[in-house]
Design a binder for this molecule. Structure first.
Ligand SMILES: C[S@@+](CC[C@H](N)C(=O)[O-])C[C@H]1O[C@@H](n2cnc3c(N)ncnc32)[C@H](O)[C@@H]1O
Length: 673
């Protein structure tokens, strides 16, 4: 008795049958694909058996040499599976190089439809391990310009497809399809980036370009494409996704840069797009290099000189694989991973550092100066707060009362039907959603408190530590402090696990961030390399924990050698004491020791991140964490900004205010030129 057939095989057959392909035709292809993919059904089942159907049709296409028909097309009147797989109009059977004959149906599909589909699928398959063979098949289609039909298919030969798939899986170097120019008759395509193509005509063939379709007229009769020469790939370049390039470009050339307006030039605009493609591909290459580095301290040959001995900028020699290392996890060794120094379009050296955290964070955080000329930041990277000297921060389990933790919880507190004791301070509701975002309500109230402080409760110290620091003998009256909303996270004495949804900030940075040199006279800034949803945790403000007195003294002594970051006052709970001791009146300063948050620039009012007080390890709220969350969805490559809450008219503030160039229409700096 024959053994039962694997149900996955039956499913594949019936999926193909629904496309009009008989089991006999599917069998040999499926067998070969299974072998090719090492019996990994995932690849075959993916996208409703796309790979299988493609292999059938594409191989068939490859072998056909009949003439194409031209004619009008109505792409929308066909069901999706037909649109996806139909090729060119029908012709009757023909023979070509021993390939068995396909007999095509009467329905006529004009060649322009083929072209449109080719370009579309060439984009969608980028990054797909199978896409290379797709490119190959596409090349064959374009070269042969054969009439390609869909059904019924009598037979075909898979040997070439299978061989090529195998070959290309082993060969890691990128494959290139033909550029979209020079396609068959009846189809006009224009490459606005043809300069390079023409320049290289003598030595390189059109095969040497990776093509991205940018825009096309209806049904693809006219296409604007971007062609990237393959030699780029050999020069520390990673083929980027076009959508990401466009986002990158929008960030790099904001509207204010005359990219639109009376100065607008389409050609210049497109040139910028090409340059952005090159730059972005280089960034990606750098990031992939980070992951592949055998050690974390390979360094570059370029970069400005520095003068702070506490920061170890290791030997600037790419080939010096055993470069110096600070040896201490406290001091930052800015790690540079760049195979080859690169210059930007102005001839200035591009500086890239693969991980400014020196491995102290869970994720690498890169630094990129593509403008050139700025000194590298001068500080010591610390992933967590660290006491400078006199601050009183007492962390002990004994201080955590039973009612301040959830020792009887197990697993994830958010999944429990009754919120645990840790949600008490947020009125019995957790501040986080199960997705790890701030709840709408909590976020809304934080934003409201920040933007309309006058509408919220303020308290006034009897003896304000801030004023005391300025003048111990005759302090001025307290100017008021907001009593802010806290998040209280579960911690060590709680019974839940680290995966508990009420432990977000303590798990550290998880998003892809990058320090970059802004082009708006703000110095370095921080941006996200991935899209962030509203309410997402970005990073904590980590720095030295100082008493306000220490901060005041520090600022008085400051020589101006260091660019000051903005200290954060931990005054959200000062209302709970009548008179606060100096060692309990704390603040955070990231000027000398800090984490990535020290690069977040200020934006008046409509910044995209907000600071939230978070209690983690001590119920004593003289000390707590400051965590940054997004106020709205933030696009990839958008700069992260925070409203420092500066009063630009307060000339007595311990840190002298800068001239604000935040660009916000609500900018509060009235004194700038
Ligand atoms: C916390 S640091 C931010 C990182 C800083 N841009 C750097 O290069 O290290 C604060 C300093 O950045 C600069 N800065 C931040 N926001 C700015 C803004 N909106 N306009 C001008 N300068 C700004 C000021 O020099 C400020 O003292």
């Amino acid at each position: 008795m024959a053994p039962d057939r694997d149900p996955r095989i039956s499913k594949a057959f019936s999926a193909m049958k629904s496309m009009g392909i008989t089991t006999e035709r599917v069998k040999p292809v499926l067998k070969r694909l299974l072998k090719l993919y090492d019996w990994n059904w995932e690849h075959i089942e993916e996208g409703n058996y796309r790979a299988l159907a493609d292999a059938i049709f594409e191989d068939a296409d490859d072998k056909l040499t009949n003439e194409k028909n031209d004619g009008p097309i109505n792409c929308d009147s066909e069901p999706p599976c037909k649109k996806q797989h139909r090729r060119l109009p029908n012709v009757t059977s023909t023979k070509d190089n021993g390939i068995k004959i396909l007999e095509l149906e009467e329905d006529k599909i004009p060649q322009s439809s083929n072209r449109t589909r080719l370009v579309e699928s060439s984009q969608s398959s980028l990054g797909d391990p199978r896409s290379e063979s797709h490119h190959h098949v596409r090349q064959a289609q374009v070269q042969n310009r054969g009439p390609l039909g869909r059904e019924p298919i009598r037979d075909y030969n898979f040997e070439n497809v299978i061989k090529d798939r195998k070959k290309k899986h082993i060969n890691c170097s990128p494959q290139f399809s033909l550029p979209t120019s020079n396609v068959g008759p009846g189809l006009v395509e224009t490459s606005l980036f043809s300069d390079e193509l023409e320049k290289n005509n003598g030595s390189d063939s059109a095969h040497d370009y990776r093509t991205h379709n940018i825009a096309s007229s209806t049904c693809g009769r006219v296409i604007v494409s971007l062609n990237c020469h393959h030699t780029l790939v050999q020069h520390n370049f990673h083929i980027p996704n076009l959508d990401d390039v466009l986002k990158f470009m929008e960030t790099k050339y904001p509207r204010s840069d005359n990219i639109v307006g009376s100065e607008f030039s389409l050609v210049k605009f497109l040139k910028k797009l090409c340059e952005s493609y090159v730059e972005f591909g280089a960034i990606l290459a750098d990031r992939s290099l980070i992951n592949n580095l055998p050690y974390n301290d390979i360094h570059q040959t370029s970069g400005p000189k520095r003068d702070n001995p506490r920061i170890d900028y290791p030997a600037r020699d790419v080939d010096n694989k055993v470069a110096s290392h600070s040896g201490s996890s406290d001091s930052v060794a800015l790690v540079v991973a760049q195979r080859k120094p690169m210059n930007n379009s102005n001839g200035k050296r591009v500086v890239r550092i693969s991980d400014i955290t020196n491995g102290t964070e869970k994720v690498s955080i890169s630094l990129l100066d593509e403008i050139g000329g700025e000194d590298l930041p001068n500080f010591t990277y610390v992933p967590e707060n660290i006491i400078y000297q006199s601050a009183y921060v007492h962390v002990s389990l004994a201080r955590i009362a039973d009612e301040d933790c959830c020792s009887s919880c197990v697993g994830d507190c958010l999944s429990s039907s009754v919120p645990c004791a840790c949600a008490r301070d947020t009125r019995g509701e957790f501040a986080y959603t199960p997705e790890g975002l701030l709840t709408e309500e909590f976020l809304r109230s934080c934003i409201s408190m920040k933007q309309q402080p006058q509408e919220h409760y303020q308290f006034f110290c009897q003896d304000c530590p801030l004023e005391r620091a300025k003048n111990a003998y005759s302090p001025e009256k307290c100017k008021g402090h907001l009593e802010r909303k806290f998040i209280k996270e579960c911690w060590r004495k709680c019974g839940c696990k680290m995966i508990c949804g009420n432990r977000v900030v303590q798990r550290g940075i998880s998003r892809k961030l990058q320090v970059f040199l802004t082009n708006q006279s703000k110095g370095w800034g921080l941006r996200t390399l991935e899209e962030l949803p509203k309410g997402a945790f970005v990073c904590e403000y980590a720095g030295e924990i100082l008493t306000n007195m220490e901060l005041y003294e520090r600022n008085k002594r400051s020589t101006g050698k260091y660019k000051h970051t903005y200290p954060v006052l931990l005054d959200s709970d000062w209302c709970s004491e009548n008179i606060l001791n100096d060692e309990d009146a704390l603040c955070l300063d990231a000027t000398y020791y800090g984490n990535v948050s020290r690069f977040i620039n200020h934006r008046c009012f409509d910044s995209n991140v907000i600071e939230v007080p978070v209690q983690v390890e001590t119920p004593d709220r003289h000390y707590y964490h400051i965590a940054f969350f997004t106020k709205r969805k933030v696009d990839a490559y958008e700069e992260l900004t925070w409203d420092y809450g500066i009063d630009f008219d307060d000339h007595n503030h311990p840190v002298k205010a800068f001239r604000c160039s935040c660009g916000s229409e609500y900018c509060r700096d009235n004194g700038k030129k």
